[in-house]
Design a protein around this ligand. Structure first.
Ligand code: NCD
Length: 472
């Protein structure tokens, strides 16, 4: 199998077989880590870290040095021409002409995709805002697989900031891909975003069961609020819907994946959420359900994981970080085409979901303020780019940051309502939106945009507007 010239922006980019291929090569490389100096000799990696990083940047750079390649780096936006207002696309084109591979971390969600679209060389997403962090996920899965031999059917609890944690978002989809069950244990107010859950169910199948307040009350210090069960494994008795939660937990967890509050991404109102953040300590782990649980953390930790656990044999977080080097050595050498690897199953590329694409410039913008596509420097050349992931209700997903939203109004590029004079826009929830062919669909987020495009409100929209004005 070759992964030559591929990029890794989200975990969707690799199939299970391809990830297994990376793990197999990582196993091989881990056995003789100092003996790989010829693998990427003469190759250059650009390491662009525009957000703070210790493990990801240094393990990538170590990996490239161990492979005999060299590294050029930029670690501060202020020290690059991005600070002068240069676009990410221009930076990517230029660096693509210097280096053979790029690793980028950037606070804007979707930034790594833009680099991949414009650089012409393989790109690895080292974390794009709160969106994804696929190589941390490779390290996480590699750790689970190494300790337990397999990932399928495992019960993995995700703990803490499930809203802004990019390691969490990547891990959710990857665990589903590998047929694991997921227990969601968010800190209050930091639950998994709805668009992540929607994508999980629509594209990976399986079920989400939300805990009732009575069930929650029984779980004591374990803030379980929902369970995802994979469609690909026979459910264990205790994972069947409706079974008492105490029984559920007695089957035991295979891993507890703890994360810190991503306070740099909190809005002002969320700053106080840090104070209610649940802590994992010796006392909590005394519960029977954690008897066999691996304690994992992408690091850095702050207060959510007690230091007293460092000597506990279940704690794997430092091992998890150490495995970042062989995993990234394997990944870099595969993307550069300097190594091939055998795959364990007959699957060589990730299945892609074929949704209709919406690329019309009708003034519609991604509502996520952290999305690369709405930034002043990028809006000059990035056109809105969405998938229509649902028609009822009409739901768009941004192709850069993957945020989902339900736009307000629709119209058709065709004349309709029988008369040429009527060029109307309709509420997205009305029956009209169901009648417009996807290729004729125009979507607007505001009446102003629809009117600027030459459309007039239909009766229903007019009545709604009048009712809003009169306050009824
Ligand atoms: C994580 C990240 O940057 O998202 N760290 C890492 O890469 N290991 C997790 C975090 O910062 O909390």
């Amino acid at each position: 199998m070759t992964l030559k010239n591929r990029s890794l922006i989200t975990v969707d980019d690799f199939s299970v077989g391809e990830m297994e291929g990376v793990f197999n090569l990582a196993d091989e490389m881990a056995e003789s880590i100092t003996n790989q100096l010829d693998v990427c000799k003469g190759k250059v990696m650009a390491s662009l870290f525009f957000e703070s990083s210790t493990r990801t940047r240094l393990s990538f750079e170590t990996a490239m040095h161990r492979l005999g390649g060299s590294v050029i780096s930029a670690v501060d936006i202020g020290a690059t021409s991005l600070a002068k207002g240069e676009s990410i696309a221009d930076m990517a084109r230029v660096i693509g002409s210097y280096a053979d591979i790029i690793v980028i971390r950037h606070p804007w969600e979707g930034a790594a995709k833009v680099v991949a679209d414009y650089s012409g060389i393989p790109v690895i997403n080292g974390g794009d805002g709160g969106h994804q962090h696929p190589t941390q996920t490779l390290c996480d899965l590699y750790t689970i697989r190494k300790e337990r031999g397999s990932i399928a059917g495992m019960n993995i609890a995700l703990w803490g900031d499930l809203k802004y944690g990019r390691t969490i978002h990547s891990l959710i989809f990857a665990l589903a891909k590998f047929s694991a069950n997921i227990l969601f244990c968010p800190s209050p107010g930091l639950e998994v975003p709805e668009h992540v859950i929607q994508k999980l169910i629509a594209e990976y199948g399986g079920d989400i069961e939300k805990m009732t307040p009575e069930q929650k009350a029984k779980t004591d210090r374990f803030p379980l609020n929902a369970i995802y069960t994979t469609p690909n494994q026979p459910h264990q008795l205790a994972m069947m819907p409706g079974v008492d939660i105490e029984l559920e937990l007695k089957t035991g967890l295979d891993a507890l994946y703890v994360t810190r509050p991503q306070k740099e991404r909190f809005n002002d109102a969320e700053q106080q959420l840090k104070d209610k953040y649940p802590v994992v300590d010796k006392e909590l782990l005394k519960d029977k359900s954690f008897r066999r649980a691996m304690v994992m953390h992408p690091l850095p930790r702050v207060d959510e994981l007690a230091y007293e656990l460092d000597s506990d044999p279940r704690s794997l977080y430092f091992k998890q970080a150490a495995q970042g080097v062989p995993v990234r050595m394997a990944l870099v050498s595969l993307l550069l085409g300097m190594k091939d690897t055998k795959i364990t199953e007959n699957e060589t590329s990730a299945p892609k979901y074929e949704y209709p694409i919406y690329k019309q410039d009708t003034g519609i913008k991604c509502p996520n303020k952290k999305c690369v596509s709405v930034q002043a420097t990028e809006i000059r050349y990035l056109k809105p780019d969405f998938k229509i992931v649902n028609f009822k209700p009409l739901t768009l997903r941004c192709n850069y940051c993957e945020h989902g939203f339900e736009p307000k109004y629709v119209a058709s590029t065709e004349w309709h309502e029988g008369m040429l004079v009527s060029k109307k826009y309709h509420s997205a929830g009305s029956h009209w939106s169901q009648h417009i062919k996807p290729e004729n669909l125009l979507i607007f987020n505001s009446a102003k945009d629809a009117e600027a495009a030459g459309f007039k409100a239909d009766i229903r929209v007019k009545k709604e507007a009048e009712a809003n004005l009169s306050g009824t």
